[in-house]
Design a protein around this ligand. Sequence first.
Ligand code: ARG
Length: 607
Amino acid sequence: GGAAPKQSKKVDYVIVEDYGSSILGRLQSIFKKAIEEAFPGLDVPLLLAETPNPQFGDYQCNSAMPIAAKLKSTGVNKKPGDVGREIHAKLATNIEFIEKITVMPAGFINIFLKTDYLCRQISQLASNGITLPRVVKKRVLVDFSSPNIAKEMHVGHLRSTIIGDSICRLFESVGFDVLRVNHIGDWGTQFGMLIAHLYDRFPNFLNKLPDISDLQAFYKESKKRFDEDEVFKKRAYECVVKLQSHEEEIVKAWNTICDVSKRYNQIVYDHLDIKIKDVGESFYQEKMVDLVKWIKENKPGMLREEEGRQIMFPSGCSVPLTVVKSDGGFTYDTSDLAALKYRMIEEKCDWNIYVVDAGQNLHLETIYAAGRDFGWYDETTQRVEHVGFGLVLGEDGKKFKTRSGETVRLLDLLSEGVKRAADKLKEKGREAVMTEEELNSARDAVAFGCVKYADLSHTRTQDYVFSFDRMLDDRGNTAVYLLYAYARIRSIVRTSGIKNEDLAAYIAKNPSLPLNHPAELKLAKQLLKLADCVLLVLDSLMLHQMCDYVYRLATLFHDFYNECYVIEKKDGESVTVHFHRLALCEVTANVISTCFKILGIREVPKM
Ligand code: ARG
């Protein structure tokens, strides 16, 4: 394979206006400033992270060693311990959320949070609801799902759909202006044979939408005829020409095929609560013509002719883009070039995110390199990025297929999920305690939630094994576990007998909640990390980081609930209600709910 240049500059695309409750973010900016003051001009990345060992505080800055090493390379000898102390000396002494800062002999700087700060922040969250950090608003386009008409959506597109939707939700949650774009493959020469085949199989298609239940089979049939039957092949070519010159009836035939395919896809989208707008390859028909003209006029040296094709090698790329084929037609490359230009120049996007399988990385990076050569965007301020993902594998570790070796139909897959979720709820005896309506909505939340969460919770750049057994396990890092945890927390508050307004009155009177049990404090700290998590994922676009966050939150809640009474009962009568713990329950449920919204998981109040 060839190579395409990666964007070399690491730019801070996410500009934070207000960290809100993000402790890590605030610490990072405080330490960056202190280090810059103590050691100006040293370009050493900041190392600052949570410490798992409470002996060393809540966070630790480990920059002293690399700074000492860097100083040494410039001829200055300073022990890491001294570096640490000099950084410490530049830190303000009265930071509202810090109890104390200590410097270890080896230069590590330990940061201890002030308990009172935690107590105030949790009270804030309890009274004002969850707020996310404020970041500079961006206009963002997310290209996701993007199946091909007639070749049916497959599990790869399911990954793109799930990941892309969640990225959109994340962007929307911080107030970005989001364009959700379905770059469907709805144009190209394959439509010739499909249209010709449509005429033969469904001669009445103009009057009645044909009942093509299996578009995949329809595609295969027409391909077979195309390969074996010269007369059919010629007709197919004629259809392409007629389609390109917009002959009315042929356009109708094309539309019919697109409609059948889109209807099917829409059912998948409806199940998964996906909103997306079609701006497919056909949208760029005229734009591709204009593009070639534009290149020839404005960047003449860029196109080169080779065996009748017009190709280009963007800077640093070893595999060329084919802009015009020898028969004068366009390619996937041409439509992606036209799309990039349109998105950056007409749509004026700040960010343009492509959620596409990792196998297309070379293609996309080459397109981006061309876009930079053409001056369509400035990579120091605009983020154009391929968000790649690995393959979906079956439990045998091979490419995900049906038993007979066919590609799995997404609707079949989702129906199986629904059936398995129903069994799961039955197995847990939920029928006895829930109405049919509640049961159905729980079933769907579990089914679709588990498919989404299984995908999102795996590192997206890696392949992942699709297993219903694993995703429906209620003891692991799964949607089922989280949905149960969430419902349980909501029910604690619901069944406490305490009225919402009484809890609200308590919180209003206690701007600092009396948290002191270690399990309470641990939970509180995790709750305040939501803001860090959101900022992290905005930068990495790795949603498993949010899954890890919410899973850890649920387990810490579990620990808290085991160790601390929320309501103490005697003879079935509640004797003591610990209001501040009820408040912790509320905040935990609200944080989980916020994560569910970003992950695209439907919450159910009862399970
Ligand atoms: N339709 C393509 C496929 O199924 C994915 C399109 C991704 N988006 C893009 N702008 N190339 O492989």
